[in-house]
Design a protein around this ligand. Structure first.
Ligand code: XUL
Ligand code: CO
Length: 478
């Protein structure tokens, strides 16, 4: 090739690139590649071009981007798997999680992010959210108002930003996808440093009410099925400067106000309170399921609210997730699960994806006893580890946890079919399946009567609890 033909070829190549740049295919955001997307808010390409729609391939599959145990339409215990779970993607972790921690900078450089919190960026992120949800094959998502749209200079401007992003979300949802729940973020902004509903400052209480009012409205507009209250800053740091009684009364009034407004606008979603013992406050008022149930009972709010049990919050309060689920269920309050898990060696809310099959089986025991969670479901309140930085890790994490919970459900079906665990429990209480047992359970055996029986029967024979046998039966189903 001589010099001239080389130059001509170079010219043709340049022309080709220039023409493609003008009229070529819409740009895509390639996964696992360092390039940044175009800055235009109108950018509508594929965010995850290397990830196909996730399918069920069965337990022998080695494909990390396929389900091995979660088979959405398969019926287990009389319900399709997708209806037992009603899985939801948490916008804040999946699309706002940066990998930053108190000791280090963000580690995630998602190709669609431009490093700003602009309205344009919020819209582009929303498009990524719905492509993710569609490819994962779930029908639900959860959000805080401030994750999805940036603060403005005034409350009016902030509401207008929210409306703009919500309008796009509504369009992208289509007919199938809807929020499992929405919520208001009443913990990031410095105005909420003493709490929202429990702030000693009246102006903050009013601001929080306005924010929740708006968040309920947009959740309703998007067809949301529930609305959550997580009171991250509704608690105290020191009782020396706190009027706890007054703060609890205020919190009850606030929740009453939300319940009244929900009815006023015809929102039929369930209102859910999400217990957590502490972090960020030293002591959060909604410590655990039992504390929150008692709060609802005291303030006559039992008919208006249910609970959203988060597994990592359960372990922080010194309980197992299963204990919290059973406490909520037995009070008729099991509404939703924030599916995640903590770390046994770490004492804070690590929000990890749940991958322990035993724990998943315990969780599903409660869910099956509850007859499912609808209109609640399983929200993945879980984030990638700081060190997991590939776009595909977002998919792998969700798939892995969905499979874990699916195995939990399949194991519960095995335990029920086998029947020996239920029989073991039945046998432990069979002394109450008698005439006198029935009298006691009906509240018809007074202490004089029982004393007579105790004298008559003498020292009772106490049988074994059979815990190890129960554990053996449980293990054999995993
Ligand atoms: C915080 C937490 C929240 C709630 C919603 O620990 O779990 O993300 O789920 O505000
Ligand atoms: Co949560």
């Amino acid at each position: 090739m001589n010099m001239d033909s080389g130059k001509i070829l170079l010219l043709l190549l340049c022309l080709n690139v220039a023409i493609l740049g003008v009229i070529g295919n819409p740009p895509t955001c390639p996964a696992d590649v360092d390039t940044q997307c175009s800055a235009s808010s109108e950018w509508k390409g594929e965010f995850f071009p290397n990830i196909p729609k996730v399918k069920y391939e069965g337990p022998s599959s080695k494909n990390p981007l396929a389900f091995k145990w979660y088979n959405a339409d398969e019926e287990i215990l009389g319900k399709k798997m997708k209806d037992w779970f009603r899985f939801s993607v948490a916008f804040w972790h999946t699309f706002r999680g940066t990998g930053g921690d108190p000791f280090g900078a963000p580690t995630k450089n998602w190709p669609w992010e431009d490093g700003t919190n602009s309205l344009d960026m919020a819209k582009r992120r929303m498009r990524a959210n719905f492509e993710f949800i569609n490819k994962l094959g779930v029908d639900r998502w959860c959000f805080h108002d401030r994750d999805i749209a940036p603060d403005g200079k005034t409350l009016e401007e902030t509401n207008a930003n929210l409306d703009e992003v919500v309008a796009l979300a509504k369009e992208l949802q289509g007919t199938k996808i809807r929020p499992l729940w929405g919520t208001a973020q009443l913990f990031m902004h410095p105005r909420y440093m003493h709490g929202g509903a429990t702030s000693p400052e009246l102006g903050v209480y009013a601001y929080a009410a306005a924010q929740v009012k708006k968040a309920i409205e947009v959740t309703h507009y998007l067809g949301g099925e529930n609305y959550v209250f997580w009171g991250g800053r509704e608690g105290y740091q020191s009782l020396l400067n706190t009027d706890m009684g007054r703060e609890l009364d205020h919190m009850a009034r606030f929740l009453e106000g939300a319940a009244a407004y929900k009815k006023k606008i015809g929102f039929n979603g369930t209102l859910l309170i999400e217990p957590k013992p502490q972090e960020p406050t030293k002591h959060q008022y909604d410590w655990d399921a039992a504390t929150t149930s008692n709060f609802l009972r005291k303030y006559n709010l039992l008919g208006e609210f249910k609970l959203n049990i988060e597994c990592n919050h359960a372990t922080l309060s010194g309980h197992s997730c299963h204990h919290e689920l059973e406490t909520a269920r037995l009070n008729g309050l099991l509404g939703n699960i924030d599916a995640n898990t903590g770390d046994p060696q770490t004492g804070w809310d690590t929000d990890q994806f749940l991958t322990d099959i035993g724990e998943a089986t315990m969780i599903m025991l409660s869910v099956v006893r509850n007859g499912g969670l609808a209109p609640g479901g399983f929200n993945f309140d879980a984030k990638l580890r700081r060190e997991s930085t590939d776009v595909e890790d977002l998919f792998i994490a969700h798939i892995s946890s969905m499979d874990t919970l699916a195995r939990g459900l399949r194991n519960v079906a095995k335990l029920i079919e086998d029947g020996s665990l239920a029989e073991l429990v039945r046998k432990r209480y069979e002394s109450f399946d008698t005439e006198i047992g029935a009298q006691i359970e009906a509240g018809k055996a007074d202490f004089e009567f029982l004393e007579k029986k105790a004298f008559e029967w003498g020292e009772p024979k106490v049988p074994s609890a059979k815990q190890e046998l129960a554990e053996m039966i449980f293990q054999s189903a995993l």
